[in-house]
Design a protein around this ligand. Structure first.
Ligand code: HEM
Length: 455
């Protein structure tokens, strides 16, 4: 661990630039591997410029720059990038995409649903849903499409905990819609056209088809809740009771739709990928899987996992933390500079799109010993203190930090503990697992793993 935070004070210099002779700059290289391209930028310096066709972007990879952009000077960096413009077509003005007073008001309404006591109350559902999934597996060893299984399971948990709704019957519909929306998002965000979603391109049509399906499901959920006379003290209940402090009016169906869809997607797409990557790592590191098994047997035994166990499952939690380091589901953070600025002594012009290369920083040789090695012990309290502030940020930092970080880590621990206690996971021989960087970091090919029961 070496990089000390640098100062952001003047005088500034122009950013070093990753050169390209192609008339479109680095845009064609994106198709061959965005992670590799951003890694090249990271290796050139902490603040580096890349030309993508007619646009210049800045890639940043230093902890002090991350802190500057997400915490210290967060107000000067807006969610107005192309990615957020496309995301707004999907999520409208929900908590992830909202800005300014809208965002502040909605965050205040949603906060209670994510407090410690509320999340502790979700552990029972997390454990029950995981047990039901374990029971549904065939008794003989076989290959399981892990990414899809984790998506269905985490969607079910998000539905039951946040909306008091069993969404398992809608899992396939939502899953298929996401299979349409996510590749559409990737094509639109990398298109050479300035506003590709305004054109009837195949990618636009595909993306909007998925949006319409998700719209339909979300409005159904809201209609069903309005017709339900019981009191549900969940996130949806809080949203429905909330009123505008100035006008006194409740949220419209459209506003509820944006928040519900945001929570469903933010609350399951990320954790599903985190779980899939963690099981992949345990399949590659059977010694660690056995150590997790020993911990769960000692802490929980054969009974049900409860909220009281979560804090004691120390290694299990560190395995999850290390998985988020190696495979952060949100692998990049993008913002647009509202004003000219200076980051790490380098000039950032007004309007510049800046990407924090989270994936590359989590594996930066200047920030981590043996960065490519899977080593959950780097999160032991004695070693955690050496991690430079800003070097590790799977849930982002500052005021726009993930509202669901406690929910996600609790869910990760409960699901992992229950799964490793019952199952062994082995990689399919000859399979190569490649991370696919789009809206989230998904394992290409769905990550089939061989699964066998321990008993
Ligand atoms: C491992 C799992 C998770 C990861 C890695 C993750 C990561 C993140 C990151 C990086 C952000 C910032 C995004 C941005 O700047 O646009 C974020 C925001 C957010 N996340 Fe998560 N998240 C996870 C789980 C969850 C869960 C379980 C929920 C809800 C149940 C959730 C709800 C949200 C919401 C609503 C926001 C927007 C917060 C705001 O701007 O005020 N996330 N998440």
């Amino acid at each position: 661990m070496s990089t000390a935070p640098m100062s952001n004070s003047n005088p500034s210099i122009d950013a070093p630039s990753l050169r390209s002779r192609h008339p479109l700059g680095h845009l064609p290289a994106v198709r061959n591997g965005l992670l590799a391209l951003f890694d090249q930028a990271r290796d050139l310096g902490p603040v580096v410029e890349l030309r993508m066709a007619h646009t210049t972007i800045t890639v940043i990879s230093s902890p002090s720059a991350v802190h500057h952009m997400l915490v210290k000077n967060a107000g000067q960096y807006a969610k107005t990038t192309r990615g957020y413009q496309i995301l707004r077509l999907l999520l409208g003005n929900g908590l992830v995409t909202a800005m300014g007073d809208d965002w502040r008001q909605h965050r205040r309404i949603a906060n209670p649903a994510f407090r410690r006591e509320a999340v502790a109350g979700f552990v029972d559902t997390m454990a029950d849903s995981t047990q039901a999934w374990l029971d549904s597996l065939p008794s003989k060893p076989g290959s399981v499409p892990i990414a899809q299984a984790m998506h269905r399971l985490t969607l079910e948990i998000a539905g039951k905990t946040l909306l008091s709704r069993d969404l398992s019957a809608r899992g396939d519909t939502i899953g298929e819609a996401l299979e349409t929306v996510l590749p559409g998002f990737a094509s639109l965000s990398r298109s050479i056209l300035p506003h590709p979603w305004r054109w009837p391109l195949p990618a636009t049509r595909r993306f909007m088809r998925g949006v319409r399906t998700l719209d339909k499901v979300t409005y159904e959920i809201i209609r069903e809740r309005r017709a339900d006379t019981r009191n549900h003290p969940d996130l949806l209940g809080m949203l429905m009771l909330a009123t505008d402090p100035e006008t006194g009016t409740a949220m419209s169906d459209q506003q509820l739709r944006d928040e519900v869809l945001t929570m469903l997607l933010a609350g399951h797409e990320t954790t599903a990928n985190a779980m899939a990557w963690t099981l992949h790592l345990l399949a590659k590191h059977p010694d660690t899987a056995e150590a997790v098994h020993a911990e769960v047997t000692q802490v929980v035994g054969t009974g049900k996992i409860t909220a009281a166990h979560v804090g004691q499952l120390d290694l299990t939690g560190r395995v999850f933390d290390e998985s988020l380091r190696l495979f952060p589901p949100i692998w990049v953070h993008a913002r647009q500079a509202k004003q000219a600025d200076v980051i790490d002594g380098v000039s950032i012009p007004k309007g510049r799109i800046v990407f924090i290369h989270t994936f590359g920083m989590h594996r930066h040789p200047d920030l981590w010993d043996a960065p490519e090695r899977f080593d959950p012990d780097r999160f032991l309290p004695s070693r955690r203190a050496a991690i430079v502030n800003g070097a590790y940020h799977p849930f982002s930092m500052g005021q726009r930090k993930c509202i669901g970080d406690r929910f996600a880590r609790t869910e990760g621990i409960v699901l992992l503990a229950a799964m490793v206690r019952s199952l062994r996971f082995v990689s399919v021989p000859g399979s190569v697992v490649v991370p696919e960087p789009a809206l989230t970091l998904r394992p290409m090919g769905g990550l089939p793993l061989r699964v066998s029961r321990r008993d």
